[in-house]
Design a protein around this ligand. Structure first.
Ligand code: PGA
Length: 253
């Protein structure tokens, strides 16, 4: 059995390094007790170096964005190589908040490529804005978004991709998508990955769910949703809440 993957997406919720060290210390301590779960905290870029020095066997550090450029005259951009050099092992690309700020599918695929080529794991976020219960058009939307966001990624780099299915309407919301629907969507995501790469790649692919995960719903989402893990926003900076999520998911047989 593959280990479950729990990724914390800190966004801009914690902007104080002293506080950040405390959150990481707690997550790392709990992670050390887990048997079936890997933990990644995606932290603000300036904190990467310091927090990455706390990495351990199943506690990793990731970044929240990456430049599409590889090197050179790009003032203010942070490239994948620099993220890796600072200790990041993962980077989020295509988060809906970045898509809202202008990232197109094409840009997302280029960023994912840049990350993978630098040896990082790319957490590629996808998800529909709204569910079309009558017509099911969200399936077509998602298929196109996944296809375009993973375009031009060579098959040999595919194993570094983590696909995070995050329905936009469930992000920062009161409630997560229900676990039965998550199961249906995870099968669909895997089918699309199989069509892009291969059946084998789809079986091996890591597919996560994200959107309003908390300690109360995390275990059901992973168990009933039959997914490989979760992407946690708000609750990832709540040291107590995040610990409970880690323990709940790890306890799934
Ligand atoms: P949330 O955010 O857990 O606060 O809903 C999830 C995300 O945006 O990754």
């Amino acid at each position: 059995m593959n280990k479950k993957l729990i990724i914390g997406n800190w966004k801009m919720y914690c902007q104080d390094l002293v506080e950040a060290k405390k959150i990481v210390a707690k997550a790392k301590k709990v992670a050390a007790l887990l048997e079936n779960t890997e933990v990644v905290d995606c932290v603000p870029t300036p904190f990467l170096g310091v927090l990455a020095s706390r990495r351990s066997a199943n506690f990793h550090i990731g970044a929240q964005s990456v430049s599409v450029e590889k090197e050179g005259a790009h003032t203010g951009d942070v490239g994948a190589v620099a993220l890796g050099s600072a200790g990041a092992e993962y980077v989020i690309v295509g988060h809906s908040e970045q898509r809202k700020a202008g990232d197109t599918d094409e840009l997302v695929s280029k960023k994912a490529n840049a990350a993978l080529e630098a040896g990082l794991k790319a957490i590629v976020c996808v998800g529909e804005d709204a569910r079309d219960v009558e017509g099911g058009s969200h399936f077509d939307f998602l298929k196109k978004q996944i296809n375009d966001s993973l375009a031009n990624i060579p098959a040999k780099l595919a194993k570094g991709i983590v696909v995070a299915y995050e329905p936009v309407w469930a992000i920062g919301a009161k409630e997560a998508m229900n676990p039965e629907q998550i199961y249906e969507m995870s099968l669909f995501v895997r089918k699309v990955i199989a069509d892009i790469f291969s059946q084998e790649a789809a079986l091996k692919a890591i597919v996560l769910y994200g959107g309003s995960v908390n300690a109360a719903n995390a275990a059901d989402i992973v168990r009933v949703g039959q997914i490989d893990g979760i992407l946690v926003g708000r609750e990832s900076v709540n040291a107590t809440g995040f610990s409970l999520i880690l323990k709940a998911v790890d306890a799934i047989a």
